[in-house]
Ligand binder design. Structure first.
Ligand code: GLN
Ligand code: ZN
Length: 757
């Protein structure tokens, strides 16, 4: 019998109950007992849903108070010295949260994107001392789950090789770090078996990376040992195909291998060409864990048929392509039109699909004939009802090279812009958003609910803009912003204004820790029916003689942080969004806005996990950005912003964006980027962030002139802008204004220094 399984479930709670209790706990309004009680309730609700769906195997241990990678660091006692933890002891919950969040004097662990998703994990630090077993949580969670669902409970742990590969500050070789962990893992696996677990899902997502020979060897050595543990190991991979690592994975002495069969066709091709080891169970990830479109049953059955021609029933588990962590909970919570909702699947609906396909695998397609017929009807009506926009399709179809190209070469237009703008050397600016205190959020919420009128809301936003313009002027900033007070989220804001998108009410997905986002869903051709940002920007510009930057989110980021449609290519969607933004840019320019910033914080995150897929991605991503930005006159200056500075391997693409000015994260990354830009002879101007906005700390002027000194040592002084690392939305006014004053002072000091040389 084939079995239905799941790899992981959303863990924040259907109504973000976990977020709320954790934040209360941090503020001292909930005690540890309440925290644990709500956590248990959230776990038990997830178990109920999965049990009622009829799954044969239900993951446990995927739950976390903050992040599953941080849990793994805490499990192995990898607590950096700065947190004052006593080696050998259990990691206290407050130490755990300190590692996640840091405080004034103690930086948190670094937060980084989980593969190519918008989930962020806390990077393990391997100079933290020798690992040891610091708690018994995996076994406790297993016992708790087993108490509710019995033998269906399947523990999930992050495997040692991926855990080490995802970490930093390796003081020894990867092989040595893993070797230290292996006996600990072995013991844990045995303990889980003793507690009753027949199978343990060991996640090794790094098996979809391009691995060098040494790392492959680490996998071989590690699993030679772990394969001897008592429970059967389901070696789980996701977010891509094994490709060159196929033979490696299939050769490991584990009882099962889990494959993502949705992301791209290469796993399925390998399965067809090479078959599957007879002595292993295949966990076939055929239900999409990353997208929200209902499974096309006919297609899924086709894939299932191919799989069944390679593996026996007893060898088959059917599940999602990855943990359902990246999906909202339940479509039924939403109130869009029925027709549309019928085509969507969130986590709960994915479980039904898994169980349905398992029934088909066991009892034949006829056993689900009624559902298949219903699904065909659904697809037919979806096809006729789909929101096509003829004009958009024609515009994408008719694009020519010139549409992606500004009419004047960059070095030439930078000269023209300098004349037109008349900015001082080391011009100062910010990234866009300013602190959004409670009053801003509550006014937006009131407007949403309709308890204040449009006019009242507009007046409020204008008053915020008035204040901010005045404050920026008196702080002495050169290029001003309007502050983004009207935006909750830089993607949702645009999704609400563009045709072809829907937003959700309860579609919360964990981004990191207690921070959740509601990714919009692209449901049809994207089209801009009216200006989206013009009125606020124009208003702000009318209040000052200094330039105000137009502020847009770029096409790649809007796409990357939304759920895409699956009936056209990503490239086409990106171009559609690019065109809508291009129209906005044109309107801003026509209204006299001289500088327009198009943020692309998700540009790097979109890089596919497989190197061989990079070129294609970078080609359309660069073009989509250029489509949005190249319709302007030479005098109009295009800025972009990215929240990181790892450009080493994509510097060519960054250069190809042809942004006149780009602001990046720099204050924490010790200037590596400057060397990269210099070696590449990067053509644009650059604002290497001099103020780390991720911390409440107010940097002083010498610290910032120090960073600027590094910048001019590597690059021409004429190309340097002075700005913070990122938007100031999450900070408080008390922190922001002193820091910006110091920043302006730093720019002035640099000007004086340059003048006296
Ligand atoms: N303009 C945006 C802001 O300042 C950019 C945010 C980002 O890049 N994440 O908030
Ligand atoms: Zn940023």
């Amino acid at each position: 019998m084939a079995k239905s399984t799941n790899l992981g479930y959303p863990r924040i709670g259907k109504r973000r109950e976990l977020k709320r209790v954790i934040e209360r706990y941090w503020r001292g309004r909930a005690d540890a007992a309440e925290l644990q009680r709500v956590a248990r309730e959230v776990r038990s609700a997830a178990l109920t849903v999965q049990t009622e769906a009829g799954l044969d195997l239900i993951p446990c241990g995927d739950f976390t108070l903050y992040d599953h990678v941080l849990d793994t660091s805490a499990l192995w006692g990898l607590v950096p010295e700065r947190f004052g933890h006593t080696a050998g002891a259990e990691v206290a919950v407050d130490t755990y949260f300190a590692m996640a969040r840091g405080d004034d004097d103690t930086p948190a662990l670094e937060l980084t994107k989980w593969f190519d998703t918008n989930y962020h994990y806390l990077v393990p630090e391997f100079d933290a001392g020798a690992p040891y077993r610091a708690n018994n949580r995996p076994v406790e969670l297993y016992n708790e789950t087993k108490g509710i669902v019995g033998d269906r409970a399947k523990p999930v742990i992050l495997g040692p090789v991926s855990f080490v590969l995802l970490g930093k500050h390796h003081t020894k070789s990867i092989a040595d770090h893993v070797a230290e962990l292996v006996p600990l893992y072995r013991q844990l696996l045995d303990d889980l078996a003793t507690a009753g677990a027949a199978w343990v899902q060991v996640d090794e997502p790094c098996l979809v990376w391009d691995l060098d020979a040494d790392t492959k060897q680490v996998f071989t050595v590690t699993y030679a040992e772990l394969g001897k543990a008592t429970p059967q190991i389901m070696l789980q991979t996701y977010f891509g195909s094994l490709r060159d690592n196929w033979d490696l994975a299939m050769g490991l002495p584990v009882a099962g291998v889990g494959l993502d069969l949705v992301r791209d066709p290469r796993n399925l091709a390998n399965l067809r060409d090479n078959g599957f080891p007879e002595d292993k169970v295949l966990c076939a990830g055929i239900v999409n864990g990353r997208g929200v479109w209902k499974a096309n049953l006919d297609q899924a059955l086709g894939v299932l048929g191919q799989i069944q021609s390679q593996v026996e029933q007893e060898q088959l588990w059917i599940g999602p392509s990855c943990s359902l962590l990246l999906l909202p909970h339940d479509v039924a919570e939403e109130s869009h039109d029925e027709e549309l909702l019928r085509n969507l699947s969130f986590a709960e609906q994915r479980l039904e699909e898994i169980v349905l396909l398992t029934t088909a695998a066991n009892d034949g397609v006829d056993a689900i004939a009624a559902e298949v017929e219903q699904d065909e009807r659904r697809l037919r009506s979806a096809a006729t009802a789909s929101t096509t926009h003829k004009n958009t399709q024609e515009r994408v179809g008719n694009l020519v090279d010139d549409d992606f190209q500004r009419s004047t070469p960059i070095r030439e237009r930078l000269g023209t812009q300098a004349e037109a703008l008349g900015l001082p050397p080391f011009p100062t600016t910010t990234i866009g958003s300013f602190p959004q205190a409670r009053d801003v959020r509550s006014m937006r919420a009131k407007h949403r609910r309709g308890s204040i009128t449009d006019d009242e809301y507009t007046a409020y936003i204008q008053q915020k803009i008035d204040e901010l313009i005045e404050q920026q002027e008196s702080a002495g900033l050169d290029v001003l912003v309007h502050g983004e007070f009207e935006r909750t989220d830089m993607v949702e804001f645009f999704a609400e204004r563009l045709d072809g998108f829907i937003t959700t009410e309860y579609g919360w997905v964990q981004s990191y820790g207690t921070r959740c986002v509601r990714p919009p869903i692209i449901v049809g051709d994207v089209h801009r029916s009216a200006p989206m940002t013009l009125s606020e920007i124009e208003y702000a510009q009318s209040k000052t003689s200094k330039p105000v930057k137009g502020m847009l989110t770029g096409p790649v980021t809007i796409l990357q942080w939304s759920y895409p449609r699956d009936d056209i290519e990503r490239r086409a969607i990106a171009y559609q969004i690019g065109l809508a933004l291009r129209d906005e840019v044109a309107d801003l320019e026509a209204a006299g806005i001289k500088i327009i910033q198009i943020d692309e914080p998700a540009f790097r995150e979109g890089l596919p996990v497989a190197r061989e897929d990079w070129a294609d991605y970078l080609d359309w991503a660069v073009k989509a950005f250029r489509l949005s930005s190249s319709g302007v006159e030479a005098t109009t200056q295009i800025h972009s912003h990215m929240c990181y500075s790892e450009f080493n391997d994509i510097i060519e693409a960054i250069d190809a964006l042809e942004a006149d000015v780009i602001s990046i994260e720099n204050s924490r990354s010790s200037g590596e980027i400057l060397q990269v830009l210099r070696d590449y002879d990067y053509a644009g101007q650059i604002g290497p962030g001099v103020y780390d906005i991720h911390s409440p700390r107010v940097p002083d002027t010498p610290e910032m002139t120090g960073l600027l000194g590094d910048a001019i040592a590597a690059l021409d002084a004429e190309v340097i802008w002075v700005n913070p690392d990122c938007g100031l939305k999450t900070r408080r006014d008390e922190e922001v204004w002193p820091a910006l004053e110091n920043m302006v002072a730093a720019a002035r000091a640099m000007r004086e220094r340059a003048a006296s040389n």
